[in-house]
Ligand binder design. Structure first.
Ligand code: C5P
Length: 226
C-alpha cells in the first residue's frame, strides 16, 4: 500500500472570490453574475447583518444590546434569508448599527466562512470579505463608485420601482452609511492590500462584469501558473 494519496482522494479545490465595496456600489449584482458565470455559490453577507437587525426590530428588542444581538446572530439560518423583505431601507440602517458589535460580527463571520469553505466554493460580497472573512480568497475585488453616482443609482432604483425619493436625502444617507462602515473599530470597510480596485463610476453593469471577469481570469491564470 502506498501512503501517497491517490488523485481521486485529493480534496476538491474550493474557490473563494471576495467582493467588497460601499453601499450601492453595484457589488451585489456583480457578485451574483460572477457566481453564475464561474459556477460558484453566492452569499450576500449584507443580508446576514440585515436579518439580525430585522429579527430585533420584529421582536421589539433593542438594537444596541450586544448580548441580545449576538444571540440573534448565533441562531441565524443562512438558508432562510429573504432578500425582498430584508431589502427595506430601515432594515439597512439598523443593520449598519448592529454591524459595529464585535460579538455579532464573530457569530456571522463563522457562518460566512463555513459557507465559503464548502465545495465548489463561493462568491461572497460585503464589506470585510477580503480583509477578515476570506483573507485567503483566490481573487479580491474592491468595487466602488463616487457617492454621487451611487446616490443616482439608488434614486433611480427607488423611482423606477414607483417609489418617491429625494436625491439630496439619498446622497446624505449614502454618506452617513459610508462613514459608519468605514469608521467603525471592528472590521472597517477598506480594500485588502491585495484587492483589485474596480471603479464603476463610469461603467454600466455589463462593462463592470466584463472588467471583473478579466481581473478574475488573470488572477486565476497566474495562480495556476498558466
Ligand atoms: O450591503 P448591505 O447594504 O446589505 O449591508 C447592510 C449593512 O451591513 C452595511 O451597511 C454594513 O454596516 C453591514 N455589513 C457589514 N459587513 C458585511 C456586510 C454588511 O458590516 N460583510
Amino acid at each position: 500500500m502506498s501512503d501517497v494519496a491517490a488523485p481521486q482522494d485529493a480534496p476538491e479545490p474550493v474557490l473563494a472570490i471576495a467582493i467588497d465595496g460601499p453601499a450601492a456600489s453595484g457589488k451585489g449584482t456583480l457578485a451574483r453574475r460572477l457566481a453564475r458565470h464561474y459556477g460558484l455559490r453566492h452569499l450576500d453577507t449584507g443580508l446576514t447583518y440585515r436579518a439580525v437587525a430585522a429579527r430585533l426590530l420584529e421582536e421589539d428588542l433593542p438594537l444596541d444590546d450586544e448580548a441580545t444581538a449576538e444571540a440573534a446572530a448565533r441562531t441565524l439560518d443562512l438558508g432562510a434569508l429573504d432578500r425582498a423583505r430584508l431589502a427595506q431601507h430601515h432594515i439597512g440602517e439598523a443593520a449598519s448599527k448592529v454591524a459595529v458589535m464585535p460579538g455579532v460580527r464573530r457569530a456571522l463571520v463563522d457562518k460566512q466562512r463555513a459557507f465559503a469553505a464548502a465545495p465548489p466554493g463561493a462568491v461572497l460580497d460585503g464589506r470585510d470579505i477580503g480583509t477578515v472573512v476570506c483573507p485567503e480568497a483566490a481573487v479580491k475585488l474592491y468595487v466602488t463608485a463616487s457617492a454621487e453616482v451611487r446616490a443616482v443609482r439608488r434614486f433611480r432604483e427607488i423611482t423606477d420601482g414607483g417609489g418617491a425619493a429625494d436625491y439630496e436625502a439619498v446622497l446624505a444617507d449614502i454618506r452617513r452609511r459610508d462613514a459608519r462602515d468605514m469608521g467603525r473599530a471592528d472590521s472597517p470597510l477598506r480594500p485588502a492590500a491585495d484587492a483589485h480596485l474596480l471603479d464603476t463610476s463610469e461603467m454600466d453593469i455589463e462593462a463592470a462584469f466584463m472588467a471583473a471577469c478579466r481581473l478574475i481570469d488573470a488572477a486565476l491564470a497566474a495562480r495556476s501558473g498558466t
